[in-house]
Design a protein around this ligand. Structure first.
Ligand code: CP
Length: 528
């Protein structure tokens, strides 16, 4: 039987189901045991052992651990490893990522390990690689492993972190209590924890960072949605004062250089709040252990080097586990390991398209009322879009009407106004009427639904409402020229110049996430 992991990209931690991650940890445990026991036969079973199997490292940002552990993992597998010299590549001649990776795919490479500043790059490469493989009739589609993308995610680090936590907890998945300390705002290894810690049945997370470095709302909400119990502290001092600290602390490096001069001027004060000090040692319970994805800053380490020789040092074993996890990951994606996997696999990451956000409503009696508000004369033929932004403030409704007219290109005859809802007089709503307009096609209706969820479209002919459509929020917004992710580091942002079409997936009633960088947007923010 073939491995369900073969050819899969791993762009965010959630690309592998919980069962798949646990299987990966089980195999890593077996590998570690075989190495410890020097069991050569057992080790051989994990090896790809194919000198033509192409693995490519493309690191456009600096790295020691991730890059070198994958390199060592590839050496274990006896495969062909190449490393793009990004500083001397045609990326510097404004070549697109799509063209760069298509070129490397053409040289018989099947797994790409990519670190970039651009967020969501691997998701885009995965899509682009499938099309390239189809066009060029490749036997296997190329897979892309995210080795860290901007502030977004670092999923292979998450795998090795979870494996290390499980080892420490003797493989007991009932509960974890962990403190996340440091730069929670930029720390992509921290962001991956919102999903990664789900391997534990009960999760208590203490977030320790000054407000300037606090966890982004998207990840806090994700943790809450996943049932995590969260406590927030603005410094280690305050955390220790709570007299209830976690047995595991996970530190990260502050990335203050990304935050401008105002923050840099206060760097000492901010670092102080998230740096462990000698005086704390007798205030934390015995058995506490510290982790860190590393690197540490040589002048300002948040875990001071005097702790290296103490039992608090969990970060060296954590780092060494990185190579083992990555050996197994390469073996899974190459199809060498995984045929005996029995759990639930991750389904497609594609959100199904749907049209149930357009519902036809019954047209009742004489729909052309005589008492239209504010003296607007009813139109005899055309469209009336009603119930726009119902319940919002008048100035917000007016702004949104202007946005709708701009996006939908509704310039010309007709009008728009704000009036009181008849059924709920304490609520205001917007109305746009356009004489001469006919019933919009499905694409336009989808656009209107995504711009004015909850609105009603009245199609009027000969002074009668002949059709009434109620629109609700669609599950996806894509394929429109005037949508854009607001994150300038996202691969689909226009400033990246990569021509990646923006796409948004609904996560709650009126909130969407960018398909690539996963930044949350309100439905209004999506439109240019
Ligand atoms: N933990 C980690 O990603 O380290 P590197 O930046 O050295 O790869």
């Amino acid at each position: 039987m073939d491995s369900p992991f073969r050819g899969r990209s791993f762009t965010v931690i959630d690309d592998f189901s919980l069962d798949e991650r646990l299987y990966l940890f089980e195999k890593t445990k077996e590998l570690k045991k075989a190495i410890t026991e020097n069991n050569l036969d057992a080790l051989e079973k994990f090896r790809i052992n194919d000198s033509d199997f192409g693995v490519y490292e493309v690191f456009i940002e600096d790295s020691t651990r991730t890059k070198e552990s994958f390199k060592n993992a590839a050496a274990f597998h006896k495969v062909k490893l190449n490393q793009l010299e990004a500083d001397y590549s045609s990326i510097n001649k404004s070549e697109s990522f799509a063209d760069t990776f298509n070129t490397l795919c053409g040289y018989d490479n099947l797994i790409f390990i990519v670190r970039s500043r651009q967020e969501g790059l691997c998701r885009w490469l995965e899509e682009n690689g499938k099309l390239y493989a189809q066009r060029n009739k490749m036997k296997q589609i190329p897979a892309f492993i995210n080795a860290g993308d901007g502030r977004h995610e670092h999923p292979t680090q998450e795998l090795l972190d979870e494996f290390t936590f499980l080892e420490k907890l003797s493989w007991n998945r009932e509960q974890i209590h962990i403190a996340l300390v440091g730069d929670l705002f930029h720390g992509r290894t921290i962001h991956s924890k919102a999903e990664g810690l789900l391997i534990f049945k009960k999760v208590n997370v203490d977030l320790i960072a000054p407000p300037e470095l606090a966890m982004p709302e998207y990840y806090i909400n994700k943790m809450k949605k996943n049932g995590f119990e969260i406590r927030i502290f603005d410094s280690i001092d305050n955390y220790i004062d709570s007299n209830d600290t976690a047995p595991m602390w996970y530190f990260t490096r502050p990335q203050l250089e990304r935050m401008g001069d105002a923050i840099l001027k206060r760097q000492e004060e901010l670092r102080y709040k998230i740096t462990f000090r000698k005086e704390f040692l007798d205030k934390i319970p015995e058995g506490t252990i510290f982790y860190h994805p590393l690197p540490r800053h040589k002048l300002h380490p948040t875990i001071p080097t005097f702790l290296d020789t103490t039992p608090l040092n969990g970060w060296e074993n954590q780092s060494a586990n990185g190579k083992l996890i990555r050996i197994i990951l390469l073996g899974l994606i190459a199809g060498k390991t995984g045929a005996d996997f029995k759990g639930i696999t991750k389904g497609s990451t594609e959100t199904p398209d749907a049209t149930d956000f357009i519902k036809e409503a019954p047209v009742k009696g004489d729909q052309m009322r005589k008492d239209y508000a504010e003296g607007v004369k009813p139109i005899s033929s055309g469209l009336v879009i009603d119930h726009i932004c119902r319940g919002e403030k008048e100035e917000d409704i007016r702004d949104h009407l202007a946005r709708m007219i701009r996006v939908l290109d509704l310039y010309g005859k007709g009008g728009e106004w704000i009036s009181r809802s008849r059924t709920e007089p304490d609520k205001m709503k917007g109305i746009i009427f356009r004489p001469g307009y006919t019933e919009p096609g499905i694409k336009k209706l989808k656009q209107i639904a995504a711009l004015a969820p909850g609105c009603t479209i009245n199609v009027i002919t000969d002074k009668k409402v002949v059709k009434k459509l109620k629109l609700t929020m669609p599950p996806k917004i894509y394929n429109f020229p005037n949508i854009c992710c607001k994150n300038s580091d996202c691969i689909c942002h226009s400033s990246q110049g990569e021509n990646v079409p923006a796409e948004f997936i609904r996560i709650t009633d009126d909130k969407f996430k960018c398909k690539y960088c996963e930044k949350t947007h309100s439905f209004k923010e999506i439109w240019i």
